[in-house]
Design a protein around this ligand. Structure first.
Ligand code: ADP
Ligand code: ASP
Ligand code: MG
Length: 417
């Protein structure tokens, strides 16, 4: 088999950890497989690089920022290759561009556009294990990065381009759980999760996989597994259809949350102004991502529009909206920070009415205010106060995961009797 293995920051967080990763790679090769390895930067070193840049400039130049951040992965890749060579296993570190990874010509959040695999193939065929820096590529001769957490995407893209038999994401938890196991102790590890559900969970804040990694895995049907580099536990397989999604048996598969949410409300936009089109086009052209949008009709002549943005974008977004006041003639702009978003995700929701109601009842009983709601076929999201987010996740986990599991257990028990 040709296996792509990706090791995250904690997994290569020290030289001790890098030695263990080298051993795991050797074991994989000893079982007769060929390996391509993708690594993240050591521990929190990318954060440290971001902090350094902030000491130099308030808004660091985007090209230089990518050049800087890409160095983190070079450290871990060369140390890991060095360790393997030391142990007598041929290996070579490659930066994104050396590995042939081309991206869009944008900085900070570039998408992979193509991978020229000749050099990788040559190495693999000569029995040399490529150790590729994650999170980066090249466009117009410049280093680009794929967005925070983007090494997962590098790994899946390489697995797709090389037609690998498996892409293994090694991290610091032993799989995908029903929710972040660091927040809810009772979280359960999922044996399988579908691409669609995983994509929603990742987009809604479950950090364990980069959303675009899941998107690519689905598109190119890459067999993907998330597992721990700290143990030999079996991980979670991300697959097209699971037993649970097949008949929509499990209503809620997982709960995700996102912190640092802020809300902006544009009050009294005259109806004839078509405010939505202008406001959101202007925000988009300035690169501000908008999430939940609610428009409510106040009276026959005006509407209120509220939407959420990532908290660090709040000041910029408010400035953009305020600059439209003269042309749109709205009454005023309001802002609210210190919010968070909690979401329940499950393919079974399509055929199970009343899921949103159960969510609202759970949050009401926990005395948690719901500021905004947004739904899709397989998720319901609520914007809640930031201070309440962990309580919300725990309460929803009890309602939708722990209680449902107990119910199916007692159903199974009575069936046996
Ligand atoms: P890596 O550095 O290996 O890429 P990340 O920190 O990006 O690791 O992702 C792993 C973390 O994701 C876990 O430590 C866990 O706290 C968090 N996480 C959030 N939601 C989930 C979930 N549903 N299942 C597993 N882990 C999750
Ligand atoms: N080192 C990068 C980050 O911290 C990429 C990654 O870890 O996936 O975001
Ligand atoms: Mg990650």
């Amino acid at each position: 088999m040709l296996v792509v293995q990706k090791y995250g920051g904690t997994s290569v967080g020290s030289t001790e950890r890098i030695r263990l990763v080298a051993q795991r790679i050797q074991n994989t090769i000893a079982r007769g497989h060929q390996c391509v390895v993708v690594v993240s930067a050591m521990g929190h070193s990318t954060d440290a690089l971001v902090d350094l840049a902030k000491e130099i400039a308030d808004v660091p130049d985007a090209r230089e920022m990518d050049s800087l951040l890409a160095t983190g992965e070079q450290v871990s890749a060369s140390l890991l290759a060095m360790r393997l060579v030391h142990l007598g296993t041929p290996a070579q570190s490659l930066t994104g561009w050396q590995a042939g990874i081309a991206t869009e010509d944008v900085h900070g959040n570039a998408r992979v556009t193509s991978i020229e695999t000749a050099r990788l193939r040559q190495l693999i065929d000569s029995g040399i294990t490529p150790i590729v820096t994650g999170f980066q590529g090249i466009a117009s001769g410049n280093i680009t990065t794929l967005g925070r957490g983007g090494s997962d995407t590098s790994a899946v893209a390489l697995a797709a381009a090389l037609h690998a038999d498996m892409c293994e994401i090694y991290t610091d938890v032993d799989g995908v759980y029903t929710t972040d196991p660091r927040v809810v102790q009772a979280a359960r590890k999922l044996t399988e999760v579908s691409y669609d559900e995983m994509l929603e969970l990742a987009n809604l804040g479950a950090q364990v996989l980069h959303p675009r990694a899941v998107e690519n895995a689905k598109h190119f049907a890459v067999p993907l597994v998330v597992r721990s580099s700290f143990s030999d536990e079996e991980g979670t397989c991300v697959v097209a259809i699971t037993e649970q999604t097949l008949e929509g048996r499990q209503v809620v598969t997982g709960i995700a949350f996102e912190r640092q949410v802020a809300r902006i409300a544009v009050i009294g936009v005259p109806l004839q102004q078509h405010g939505l089109a202008t406001i959101f086009s202007e925000l988009a052209s300035h690169g501000v991502n908008v999430d939940v949008i609610v428009q409510s009709v106040v009276d026959a002549a005006a509407v209120d529009v509220s939407f959420t943005v990532h908290e660090p974008d709040l000041t910029k977004a408010v400035g953009i909206v305020e600059s439209l006041q003269d042309s749109l003639h709205f009454a005023r702009v309001e802002r609210q920070s210190d919010l968070a978003k909690v979401s329940i995700v499950g393919a079974g929701m399509i055929s199970n009415p009343g899921v949103a109601a159960r969510m609202f009842v759970t949050l009401r009983d926990a005395n948690i205010a719901v500021h905004m709601v947004s739904t899709s076929e397989i998720k319901v999201s609520c914007v809640v106060p930031a201070d309440d987010v962990e309580r919300a996740v725990k309460a929803l986990h009890v309602t939708f995961v722990e209680a449902d599991a107990e119910a199916s257990l007692s159903e199974a028990e009575s069936a046996v009797k």
